[in-house]
Design a protein around this ligand. Structure first.
Ligand code: ADP
Length: 445
């Protein structure tokens, strides 16, 4: 089995703080997604294309050859193991490479090939003989900018004439000299400084502007305004490309400001469903009781891997060490870990090094692990007011069609209030959650 690491982003404006007290950092979640991803996220939905000029023919490509790329670039693409364009690339690539240039707003969940698409577009766009910056790409954080840069460097491996510079904090250059790198990627603050204060880049010579992770960008203080100020320096002839994983109204309003007369490409994420999940609840008195129930459950089932959700870091670490004492090999994901540490925990779990993953909600929303057949809500997902958090419940245990195999979800109920929460969840999804007796587990298998 394989994991298709794709965190369901928590897209509340300005990040938001969850009931478990961990601040949700959109940029961190996005970086974690990138670090744990190995391949394209499959998505069987139709791509929606809205053309600026509906009368012009709609080009889509099924092969990279059709794009008539420079041989150096085609070689780079194949060298990355890409055989054919992804769903959104089929439409986005011909649009981005078209002459005369066209603007594009593209939205699809992370892992569907956006970064690879605009990286290829930038590499294909520049003229390596011109030793000035022609493509400008901005991303919400230093780490995300580096991730994009790595893709460009890998893809451009056989095209060494094209050079790349990082406009990120700490990267200081002399005032007034002009950069010779054709592609600059960076964060909005530093890019703005390089364009205006230090004049390392002449914004009038930029002919392709890429704004990645627009939803994360506008959730970060100051980035929205800096992006707009960069945008204002550019000329009318500059091709504008904007990418986002989600598209609520605020992103849309921002996109319209930055991308005039856009073509629009959207790929809706595959809906998660509870149809292939058997849902249960177990009555327990307190956490020790829950722990016993969990051990009974785990001991009597033939389970590939299990994920256990706790509400707080404290509970998660207590549970992880209690399970370890019982002889289980346990992985723990916790809010105080760095993104890199979390990525490596997920990687180990994905490779089956541990069979149990204990986590708080924040660090692991929507990690789809194909071989996870048991999800335990050690604490039920609730919002600030203590009501059922249906969305989080669905993200924890729901599966998309591609993971059609059956799974179990077991909810630990420890009070009248949490029984109410179970009832709310039942009503919301209109699916039965059956009482389970962990001392008699015949009904479950
Ligand atoms: P996004 O920017 O939408 O999150 P990425 O461009 O990072 O998506 O692509 C997600 C993963 O899929 C990466 O590991 C990338 O290398 C891979 N990928 C991208 N395009 C293709 C393709 N056409 N064929 C195979 N793998 C691809």
């Amino acid at each position: 089995g394989d994991i298709n690491g794709n965190l369901v982003p928590e897209r509340k404006e300005n990040g938001g703080v969850r009931a478990d007290g961990d601040k949700v950092d959109l940029a961190e979640q996005s970086l974690l997604n990138k670090l744990i991803r190995r391949s394209l996220v499959r998505n069987r939905n139709q791509v929606e294309v809205l053309q600026r000029d509906p009368t012009s023919p709609l080009y889509s490509v099924k092969t990279f050859e059709e794009l008539r790329l420079k041989p150096e670039l085609l070689k780079g693409v194949y060298n990355m193991g890409f055989n054919r364009p992804s769903r959104i690339q089929e439409n986005a690539l011909p649009m981005m490479l078209a002459q005369p240039p066209q603007n594009l707003i593209a939205q699809s969940q992370s892992g569907t090939g956006k970064t690879a698409a605009f990286s290829l577009a930038m590499l294909s766009h520049v003229n390596p003989e011109n030793e000035w910056t022609q493509c400008l790409c901005i991303a919400p954080t230093y780490e995300l900018a580096l991730q994009i840069g790595q893709v460009i460097e890998q893809m451009g491996k056989f095209y060494p004439d094209v050079k790349l510079a990082y406009a990120i904090r700490g990267n200081r250059l002399g005032r007034g000299v002009k950069l010779q790198e054709q592609i600059v990627i960076g964060t909005p603050g530093t890019v703005l400084d390089w364009c205006t204060k230090y004049k390392l880049i002449d914004p009038k010579k930029i002919t392709m502007f890429v704004l990645d992770e627009a939803d994360v960008m506008i959730a970060t203080q100051g980035h929205r305004d800096q992006s707009i100020r960069i945008h204002r320096q550019l000329t009318k002839n500059c091709q504008m490309l904007l990418f986002s994983a989600t598209f609520e109204d605020s992103v849309w309003r921002f996109a319209e400001q930055v991308v005039p007369e856009p073509n629009i490409i959207r790929l809706k994420r595959e809906e998660e469903t509870l149809d292939t999940i058997k849902q249960f609840y177990v009555f327990c008195r307190e956490k020790e009781d829950k722990f016993t129930a969990l051990c009974n459950l785990y001991g009597s089932l033939t389970i590939a891997q299990a994920m256990i959700f706790c509400q707080t870091r404290k509970m998660a670490s207590w549970l992880a060490s209690s399970l370890t004492v019982e002889g289980h090999q346990v992985a723990l994901l916790s809010g105080e870990m760095t993104v890199e540490q979390r990525a490596s925990v997920i990687e180990r779990f994905r490779n089956g090094k541990e069979k149990v993953l204990v986590t708080t909600n924040v660090c692991s929303r929507g990690i789809d692990v194909e071989q996870v057949s048991l999800v335990v809500n050690f604490d039920l997902p609730v919002d600030f007011d203590g009501n059922a958090d249906n969305e989080t419940y669905l993200h924890r245990i729901g599966r998309t069609g591609r993971f059609g195999r059956r799974g179990f979800a077991v909810n630990m109920v420890d009070s009248k209030h949490s029984m109410d929460v179970i009832n709310q969840i039942e009503m919301h999804f209109n699916r039965r959650i059956t009482k389970l007796d962990t001392t008699n587990l015949e009904e479950i298998e």
